[in-house]
Design a protein around this ligand. Sequence first.
Ligand code: NDP
Length: 245
Amino acid sequence: MKDKIIIVTGGNKGIGKAISHEFAELGAKVKVFARTIPNDLNEFVDGKTDLLSNIEFFAVDVSDFDSVAESVNKIVKSEGKIDVLVNNAGVTKDNLLMRMSPEDWDFVMDINLKGAFNCSKAVIRTMMGQRYGRIINIGSIVGTIGNPGQINYSASKAGLVGLTKSMAKELASRNILVNLIAPGYVETNMTDALNDEQKAKLVENIPLRRVANPSEIADVVVFFAHDDSKYITGQVLHVDGGLAI
Ligand code: NDP
């Protein structure tokens, strides 16, 4: 991974932060795209300050193509290449269909699905030119099995599956591989919102009987960015402790 240029959207917290840390630890140059830049960078790297020389932040709203393109262009100008894009930024705005507003539908689709389209579109010209690239999308188990109260979120994640497979077919001839990781439940802000009873019920249904640590998702992202996975494209890999079986 040494000196690979890696864009991680939503790389400032949760799963994205774990992904940024793992790549930076492996010597990659990580470019974090998020709307907010952490105030305390030492806290962001959990005191491992040597990682900071490998991590750069860009204030980007992935739902806005111009905002994405501007930062991608800056990176191409300064680094001359982009090796890996991780489309990880994601949000929820849960409600039952009966109560869901069109605005809540658009908000989630614009970030989770259009955001991945915007970032992929912004990087592929460079990747096609260099005849090399990896795009790794972060979906969700609910994109496969659905979830009441999350029609917008699950539709956005199911949409990412179609995006992944179509991009994989379009871009394979240029040696750009596109895969999707579908996490189950991961310990982050998103799952902190659940109460203890909800968490216990959730764990009951997971064959491995525990939720994932963000680093267990990051490990698989690194695998898809690594040379060891160079004959894999268009795949959806559930990293969910067996929940989707
Ligand atoms: P968090 O809520 O902890 O982090 C979400 C990240 O997305 C933040 O870094 C946030 O940064 C960024 N983000 C949100 N909106 C935008 C935007 N418009 N432009 C740029 N960045 C944005 O989520 P998780 O770490 O839990 O989730 C990461 C991914 O994993 C998501 O795609 C999620 O759907 C998926 N996932 C998570 C699961 C879980 O159990 N946690 C399970 C399955 C999938 P900022 O607000 O600063 O912009």
